[in-house]
Design a protein. Structure first.
Ligand SMILES: NC(=O)CC[C@H](N)C(=O)O
Length: 362
């Protein structure tokens, strides 16, 4: 069935619908990864966004539950050049089309994804709607222009109740702002005793849980929209080792008095080089973010930049000068993408050990 993508600047892309037969709006962003469509569409950080994949053939290896980063995808649409309706892979359980139908997410294929991506790169991310051919385009444009920014994405995707994933090692309290399963798996692999808690859990509750360390997860939306988590991180600083990933990194910055702002079109892909400032070492990293920590806002805070993006020199890593706390804007768990930065989980484990040893000596 013919469907279209209408953008707030009046641009229209006509294509063929797949997935759910629904009209949905969202911020249109692009991801340049050549593989990993399952992890991308199920990453809760994309909540309420319409994701364009620049790799032209999507769906060819189907869908399997193990590669999912959350139980239910929170994206508002998927845009591809060509969708494969008959996947072929030994792990495939169903097709992308069937999954999107079941999850109520519209897909749009057959559009010029390069043209759309170039437009977003030039203008910045745009609000858009995937809808039928029957609508009045001008009216949809007006509705998109008047659409208020969504502010409750973290609440939508965070766990409603705490849960325990037992392990024999250190107790890590994982603040779930829209956590990718890959992060939990990295902690499980290191034998951590994990308690996953909702984004609004106060610091004293986390201390009461006996946290040896706190991991603040990735998550959707503007980091300024979760003052509860910023307050929690502020109160945890110096009390317990902290590791922030992506949104968690931005929240560590805000909790320390730095500021964040929105990038024109963000970083979303699996091949973003970052430089460690202390050594000059480069890691190729998976990224998915639209906001960044403002470099000039670090002055006067107790944070220092540890990593920067090679492409645009934005801040990619932070460390606290006095307390055991550090964070990265990229995804050390990959899922999908290169595993160059996986060592950061070991750094977190070592930080917990060192803090415990210091406590014994004190
Ligand atoms: N993956 C993430 O955690 C993204 C963080 C934040 N929502 C951003 O877009 O910048």
């Amino acid at each position: 069935m013919k469907k279209q993508l209408i953008l707030e600047n009046g641009a229209v892309f006509e294509g063929v619908g797949f997935g759910a037969d629904l009209a949905m709006s969202g911020e249109v962003v692009f991801n340049t990864g050549m593989t990993g469509y399952q992890e991308i569409l199920s990453d809760p950080s994309y909540c309420a966004q319409i994701v364009t994949l620049t790799y032209p053939l999507i769906g060819n290896y189907g869908i399997n539950r193990d590669d999912f980063e959350s139980i239910s995808p929170a994206i508002h649409g998927l845009i591809v050049r060509e969708v494969e309706l008959e996947p072929s892979h030994w792990r495939s359980e169903e097709s992308l089309d069937t999954l999107l139908k079941a999850k109520g997410i519209p897909g749009l294929s057959g559009i010029d994804t390069r043209k759309l991506t170039r437009m977003i790169r030039e203008i910045g991310t745009l609000k858009g709607r995937i809808c039928s051919m029957e609508v009045d385009v001008n009216q949809v444009v007006q509705e998109l222009l008047g659409m208020p920014a969504i502010k409750n994405q973290v609440e939508t995707v965070s766990t409603k109740d705490p849960y325990h994933v037992p392990g024999k090692g250190d107790r890590v309290v994982l603040i779930d702002c829209g956590m990718k399963h890959g992060i939990l798996l990295e902690l499980i692999e290191r034998n951590c005793d994990v308690v996953v808690v909702p984004y609004h859990t106060p610091a004293d509750e986390i201390i009461r849980l006996g946290a040896d360390g706190v991991l603040v997860s990735n998550g959707p939306g503007n980091p300024e929209d979760v003052p509860e988590t910023i307050e929690t991180v502020k109160n945890l600083l110096g009390e317990v080792p902290i590791f922030g990933i992506c949104l968690g990194h931005q929240l560590l910055a805000l909790a320390s008095g730095a500021t964040t702002s929105k990038l024109r079109f963000g970083h979303r892909g699996s091949n973003h080089p970052i430089r460690e400032l202390a050594t000059g070492a480069i890691d190729i990293t998976a990224q998915n973010h639209g906001y960044t920590v403002d470099a000039d806002s670090l002055e006067g805070t107790n944070l220092k930049a540890t990593h920067i993006a090679v492409n645009d020199e934005t801040i990619e890593g932070l460390a606290h000068i006095h307390y055991p706390a550090f964070s990265v804007q990229y995804h050390p768990e990959a899922s999908p993408g290169p595993e160059d930065a996986n060592h950061l989980f070991n750094q977190f484990m070592n930080m917990m050990k060192t803090t415990q040893a210091e406590k014994v000596l004190a």
